[in-house]
Design a protein around this ligand. Sequence first.
Ligand code: GLN
Length: 302
Amino acid sequence: MKETLQSLLLSGQEELKEKGVPEPDLDAKYLLLEAFCTDMAHFLMDRGRGLAETEENHRMAGRYREMIRERARRVPLQQILGIQEFMGLSFFVSPHVLIPRQDTETLVEAVLKEHPGAGERVLELCTGSGCIAVSLARLGKYGQITATDLSKEALKVARKNCESLLGREQGAFCPVELVHGDLFEALGTKEAKFDLLVANPPYIPTQAILRLEPEVRDFEPRMALDGREDGLEFYRRIVAECGKYLNKGAAIYLEIGCDQAEEVGALLERHGFKALRVLRDGAGLDRVVAAIYDAAGAALRK
Ligand code: GLN
């Protein structure tokens, strides 16, 4: 019997199911649509029709089977497709960046709502794919966003996202400036002061990474996840070092693990931040700590 899109779909779904992939039916469908460069409407019309014995169909079926094999060894769907939606925008991803999470939209939405932009200078640390900085630039009115990362490979992905989503050629003016380096070291000797500091740093305790899904544990960059022994190392460094880069009254928004609000909040208070708030994500879990920098308060404590 001739192969059809439907028979290919079913065999792919079966293979993913056998390997314990969490959403086998949906994932196989996405991969089939991608391999055959088609969409749901055309799939529904054509799925029962025997596939003609053409070279192109062979090639596309081969690509589909290859992608199913990848997914069966738990490579994340987004790394196979090379994209992930975030804030309604389509971001390139690679194995060098954390795949943008819906949880992180909580941070972006809060910043857009509470600080619509214009004159504010924004600093993002640990930008990864650039999803936070690029969403802010595209959906807010920020004229100057500096985004840093320790990974040069991640910055290449962020640059690609700037080019595709902000529509600027490399070298031309772009509201997002990408700089390489370890947290604030990336700023070098620049005398920069910011009104807004945002970050989704690595925050998973090292040992807890071993208990995550294989997609995350084995395929996402460890350096984007590992917050060291207690998960809080990057918050300690960011909060301790940020004062000299912030204007008085600057706002900070940090994504956190759902059980880290208390500790990160205490850190912020100890370093001159006030008006602490904890924001919840769509699942009702603590996801962002926001606060205001009170330079005077910080000086008194020194
Ligand atoms: N939210 C991510 C996860 O649960 C972790 C992100 C991070 O460490 N910054 O996999």
